[in-house]
Design a protein around this ligand. Structure first.
Ligand SMILES: *[C@@H]1O[C@H](CO)[C@@H](O)[C@H](O)[C@H]1NC(C)=O
Ligand SMILES: *[C@@H]1O[C@H](CO)[C@@H](O)[C@H](O)[C@H]1NC(C)=O
Ligand SMILES: *[C@@H]1O[C@H](CO)[C@@H](O)[C@H](O)[C@H]1NC(C)=O
Ligand SMILES: *[C@@H]1O[C@H](CO)[C@@H](O)[C@H](O)[C@H]1NC(C)=O
Ligand SMILES: *[C@@H]1O[C@H](CO)[C@@H](O)[C@H](O)[C@H]1NC(C)=O
Ligand SMILES: *[C@@H]1O[C@H](CO)[C@@H](O)[C@H](O)[C@H]1NC(C)=O
Ligand SMILES: *[C@@H]1O[C@H](CO)[C@@H](O)[C@H](O)[C@H]1NC(C)=O
Length: 419
C-alpha cells in the first residue's frame, strides 16, 4: 500500500526524544562494544590497536590551524555545485583547520590544513540564510552558526577522516557516510605528496553521486580529480538519471512533493516527479527505531541488517556507508601520507564509484603493506580486470576503527538534538 502521510521537514519532537535516548545509548554502549570487537579484529593484516580506540574516546581537540603549516595535512574543499554551498567542518580529535565552516561560491576551492592526527568530518550545508555569525540552513545546519562548533543536522552526506588510524596510527581511514542521510553528491580525492605518488588515484578517489542531473554516462570506468585514462576508476554501472531520481524511499524524503489528488487516492510513490535536489533522511534519522539505528538489542552485526534505505543507498553509492554495521564495504584504508592530503568535492562530476567492491584486494594490499607490487599495478591498469564481476571477493573486512566513526555520527546526532 502506498503511504499518504506527509512528513514534516524535521524529525517530530517525540521522535527527537526517542532518537536522543537511542543515540546516547549507542555512543556509550558503543565504547564497550568496540573494545570487545577489537579483540577479534585481527585478520588479513588489518590489525587494530585497542589503545588507539580508547584514546579516541577521551581525545582533545584544538580549533587550529596547526602552528606549523609544513607539518600540516592539506584538506581542500571544492564547491563544484551550481550554487553557493556552506561547508561545515567538525574536528573530533587533533588540531582542526581553524574554521568550522564558511560560505563558498560555486567553483571555489578553499585550501585548509590540519594536524597529522586529525579526526573529523566535512559536509555541505545548503540553502543557508546568513547574517553575521549566524547561518540558518535547510540541510546540514549546525545550531545556526556559520562557523560550526559541532556536527550537522541530518540529512547530510559526510566525508569522514581518521588521519592516524590503525596500528601505531600508520594508516589513514576515510569514508563517505550516508548514515546521517544524503543531501549533496560528494567525493574524496587523495592529493599525493612527492613520495606517495605511487598510490594510484583509482584506489583512493571515491564518489557518491545520487542526485539526478549529476550522472555521467554509464561506462564501466571513468576519471575524476587527479586521475586520468592511465588510472581509470571503476564506476557504479546500473543507475540512470531516471532511477537515481527516485532512490530515496518516500517516507525518508525531507520534502516530499505534493501528491496528485492531495494524497487521497493511492498513488505509486515512486512515479511522482521529484526535484533534483531532494534531501533524504536515513532510516535511523527518519524513524528513530532501534532496529534502524542499530541500537539497544540491535547493536549487533548479526541483528542489525540493512533496511530499505540502506539497500537503496548502497545501490546508488556502493562506496558509501549506508548503516551502522556497514563496515564490510565502506571504509578506505591507505598508508598514512606524510605531506599528502585530501580534497573533498561537493557535487563532483562523474558517477558513484565502486572501488571497494572492484578493487578491494588491491586496496587491502596497499593499506596493509604500504606499497603495491608490480603485478598489482599492472592489474590496476587493466580495464577488463577492473570492471569484471568480483562477487564478494573484493569485500573489505570489518575494521573496528570504522565503528568509531559511526559512534561519532550518533554523537553528532545527540548534539544536534540537545541544541
Ligand atoms: C575562495 O574562498 C576563499 C575563502 O572563502 C577566498 O579566500 C578565496 O579568495 C576564494 N577564491 C576564489 C577564486 O573565489
Ligand atoms: C537549495 O539548495 C540546493 C542545492 O544547492 C538547490 O539545488 C536548490 O535549488 C535550493 N533550493 C532553494 C529553494 O533555494
Ligand atoms: C609505524 O610507523 C612508525 C614510524 O614511521 C614505525 O616506526 C613503525 O614500525 C610503524 N608501525 C607499523 C606497524 O608499521
Ligand atoms: C615521505 O617523506 C617524508 C619526509 O621526507 C617522510 O617522513 C615519510 O616517511 C615519507 N613517506 C613515505 C611513504 O615514504
Ligand atoms: C596520468 O596520471 C599519472 C599520475 O598522476 C601521471 O603520471 C601520468 O603521466 C598521467 N597520464 C596522462 C596521459 O596524463
Ligand atoms: C589504477 O591505477 C593504476 C596505476 O597504478 C593503473 O595502472 C590502472 O589501470 C588503474 N585501474 C583502474 C581500474 O583504475
Ligand atoms: C586483464 O585482466 C583479465 C581478467 O583478469 C585477463 O584475462 C587478461 O589477461 C588481462 N590482460 C592483460 C593484458 O594482462
Amino acid at each position: 500500500m502506498p503511504e499518504n502521510r506527509k512528513r514534516p521537514a524535521s524529525v517530530p519532537a517525540m521522535n527527537r526524544l526517542l532518537v536522543f535516548w537511542l543515540a546516547a545509548r549507542t555512543v556509550f554502549q558503543g565504547a564497550a562494544a568496540d573494545a570487545k570487537r577489537t579483540q577479534d579484529a585481527s585478520q588479513d593484516g588489518w590489525r587494530v590497536n585497542s589503545n588507539h580506540q580508547t584514546d579516541a574516546h577521551c581525545m582533545f581537540t584544538k580549533r587550529g590551524p596547526p602552528d606549523d603549516e609544513e607539518d600540516g595535512i592539506p584538506i581542500h574543499i571544492t564547491n563544484n555545485c551550481g550554487e553557493t554551498i556552506w561547508p561545515g567542518i567538525e574536528t573530533q580529535s587533533g588540531t582542526g583547520p581553524g574554521t568550522g565552516g564558511f560560505e563558498q561560491a560555486p567553483g571555489n576551492t578553499t585550501r585548509l590544513w590540519v594536524s597529522p592526527e586529525w579526526q573529523g568530518r566535512i559536509w555541505g550545508r545548503t540553502n543557508c540564510t546568513v547574517s553575521g555569525e549566524s547561518a540558518s540552513c535547510e540541510t546540514g545546519d549546525c545550531g545556526q552558526l556559520l562557523d560550526c562548533q559541532a556536527g550537522g543536522e541530518p540529512p547530510a552526506t559526510l566525508a569522514e577522516f581518521t588521519l592516524a588510524g590503525g596500528t601505531d596510527g600508520n594508516q589513514t581511514f576515510y569514508d563517505i557516510s550516508l548514515v546521517d542521510g544524503y543531501n549533496l553528491p560528494l567525493s574524496i580525492n587523495h592529493i599525493p605528496s612527492d613520495n606517495t605518488t605511487f598510490i594510484p588515484p583509482n584506489l583512493t578517489n571515491c564518489a557518491c553521486i545520487a542526485t539526478s542531473g549529476w550522472l555521467d554516462g554509464s561506462a564501466g570506468t571513468g576519471t575524476t580529480y587527479y586521475s586520468n585514462d592511465t588510472y581509470p576508476i571503476p564506476w557504479e554501472t546500473d543507475e540512470s538519471d531516471e532511477s537515481v531520481r527516485s532512490w530515496c524511499p518516500w517516507p525518508n524524503l525531507v520534502s516530499p512533493p505534493e501528491k496528485p489528488g492531495h494524497g487521497i487516492f493511492p498513488y505509486p510513490d515512486d512515479s511522482i516527479p521529484r526535484p533534483p535536489f531532494s534531501p533524504c533522511l536515513s532510516s535511523c534519522a527518519a524513524t528513530g527505531k532501534k532496529e534502524d539505528c542499530c541500537a539497544g538489542e540491535y547493536d549487533d552485526a548479526e541483528k542489525c541488517k540493512p533496511a530499505r534505505y540502506s539497500r537503496r543507498a548502497k545501490n546508488v553509492c556502493p562506496d558509501a556507508y549506508s548503516f551502522a554495521y556497514d563496515d564490510d564495504e565502506s571504509t578506505f584504508i591507505v598508508p598514512r601520507g606524510r605531506g599528502g592530503g585530501w580534497e573533498v568535492v561537493l557535487c563532483p562530476a562523474g558517477r558513484s564509484t565502486s572501488i571497494l567492491r572492484q578493487l578491494g584486494a588491491e586496496l587491502r594490499e596497499l593499506g596493509a603493506g604500504g606499497r603495491l607490487s608490480e603485478e598489482t599495478v599492472g592489474r590496476l591498469q587493466n580495464v577488463t580486470y577492473i570492471t569484471m564481476d568480483k562477487g564478494d571477493a573484493g569485500v573489505v573486512r570489518p575494521m573496528v576503527m570504522t565503528m568509531m566513526m559511526v559512534r561519532w555520527t550518533s554523537f553528532a546526532l545527540v548534539i544536534w538534538l540537545v541544541l
